[in-house]
Design a protein around this ligand. Structure first.
Ligand SMILES: [Zn+2]
Length: 460
């Protein structure tokens, strides 16, 4: 295929933007990038796809996704994180069947594809959602994913003991054992699109000895680890009550920092934490919408970037965001940094687009394969339709996309050289069937959980 007449935002090391550009795809890779005139002459036999001057850019990488929460969109609004978890989210998730887990994952991936996400990290796949069912949806969807399998052995959150819904509780042995089974079965599957990681729960939910085992097993296999860390004030208080300077220091003591670790949220941190993460090559996934909605705090993105930490972007989940639309969230990265620092220059549009693409590729350990439009890399990219009032005029396409676009402006998606969405029609998943299935299931989950969730205003 040759995608011609595009405004190509390459994200290559020089960050070049190519007008009248063309991208040639052979098998799963980008074979050439150049001006349309030259490319069409050089590759006359290719199937030609006219981009009509629209933007072609690397696919977005969502580094913090709870696939099981797509079906819980809007079920826990306007609550602090601990109430959000204890009164709503765990109760509902603890009532899931494996079929619910698979249905929610299908919904989540549909939404991600339709808003331009090509790769993601599932941060906490619980036993009861069914690992195989979710991995099958990743395989079918055509997406690229690191699936973090939950590991835990305590039903607590920070200092709040025994608060987890019994339906969510797993024991340490089983959760470790089943992660390794999933690793043997799925790591490298789907032409290498699937990775299996450890997704241990936050401190308070895992005994220190179990963290040590996770980090040792991960090192042996070069597996990734993703963990929620220092999300809310309670996380900082808990680490300090256990005798650590901070949750980041706790993570260091248990071997949880390093180039294969992606820490989620990282709100309550200081210069020493940033230096430690930068030194160890630890990645951070920033979740601006989720942190704002639950009033968890504003992550120090500017400080972390300045210290040299690789910061990436995550949408988090259906009840905390409430969408999986990376384009909708991109502007928040800049807006929140501006507010925190009282300075509108600290995290400009260009930095945000790096955070959402090439930095995400680094977190996945795939910076040599994805995250930019360069010859030899995998063909993971998206087309954005710029022919819309809210995107006109485009003085600078980077600014337009970061500050003005919506996920629904994404027209087409290519992953691993395959067309996954064309003209807003997803080709790999059955959209109508997935939506119908979710609409049938979500009320049953609410009923099994014993929660009556609906409009808070009177319904006539
Ligand atoms: Zn999360």
């Amino acid at each position: 295929m040759i995608f011609e007449n595009a405004m190509v935002i390459t994200m290559n090391p020089q960050r070049q933007i190519l007008t009248h550009g063309a991208v040639v795809v052979e098998d799963d890779k980008i074979a050439a990038v150049g001006k349309t005139k030259d490319m069409v002459e050089k590759y006359p036999q290719k199937r030609r796809i006219n981009c009509n001057g629209n933007v072609l850019m690397p696919g977005l990488i969502d580094t913090h996704v709870h696939t099981a929460q797509a079906m819980l969109r809007g079920c826990a609004d306007d609550l602090y994180l601990l109430d959000w978890l204890i009164k709503r989210v765990w109760v509902l998730q603890g009532s899931y069947t494996e079929e619910d887990g698979q249905a929610s994952a299908g919904l989540c991936m549909l939404e991600m594809i339709k808003s331009g996400t090509t790769g993601f990290i599932e941060c906490m796949l619980a036993e009861r959602y069914g690992f195989d069912g979710v991995a099958q949806v990743v395989e079918q969807s055509g997406m690229r994913a690191a699936i973090g399998k939950i590991v835990m052995d305590l039903p607590s959150y920070a200092e709040a003991e025994g608060v987890m819904h019994p339906g969510m509780v797993e024991d340490g042995e089983t959760s470790i054992h089943n992660t390794l089974i999933a690793y043997d079965k799925w790591h490298g599957a789907a032409d290498g699109r699937i990775q299996v990681w450890f997704g241990p729960r936050t401190p308070g939910g895992v005994t220190p000895g179990l963290y040590d085992r996770i980090s040792a097993l991960a090192k042996e296999r070069d597996m990734g680890i993703t963990i929620h860390l220092s999300e809310v004030r309670e996380d900082l208080d808990y680490a300090q009550s256990e005798g650590f300077r901070s949750p980041i220091a706790f993570a260091q003591a248990h071997g949880l920092l390093g180039p294969r670790s992606v820490l989620a949220h990282v709100v309550w941190t200081d210069e020493q934490d940033w230096a430690l993460m930068a030194e160890t090559g630890t990645h951070v996934t920033h979740n601006p919408a989720s942190n704002s909605k639950c009033a968890s705090g504003i992550a120090p993105v500017h400080g972390m970037l300045k210290a040299g930490v690789n910061v990436t972007l995550g949408c988090d989940g259906g009840p905390s965001n409430n969408t999986y639309d990376m384009i909708r969230d991109m502007r928040m990265v800049s807006y929140l940094a501006n507010l925190r620092e009282e300075d509108p220059t600290v995290v400009p549009a260009e930095a945000v687009l790096e955070i959402a693409t090439i930095n995400g590729a680094k977190a996945l350990g795939l910076e040599d394969e994805i995250g930019s439009i360069e010859v030899g890399k995998k063909a993971d990219f998206i087309l954005i339709n710029m022919d819309a009032p809210h995107l006109t005029p485009a003085w600078d396409p980077v600014s337009t996309i970061v500050y003005a676009a919506h996920g629904t402006d994404v027209d087409s998606v290519v992953i691993d050289g395959k067309m996954v969405m064309e003209g807003r029609r997803v080709l790999t998943l059955e959209e109508d069937a997935i939506l119908e299935d979710v609409r049938k299931r979500y009320r049953d989950v609410g009923e099994r959980a014993g929660l009556d969730i609906g409009p808070r205003w009177p319904v006539l």
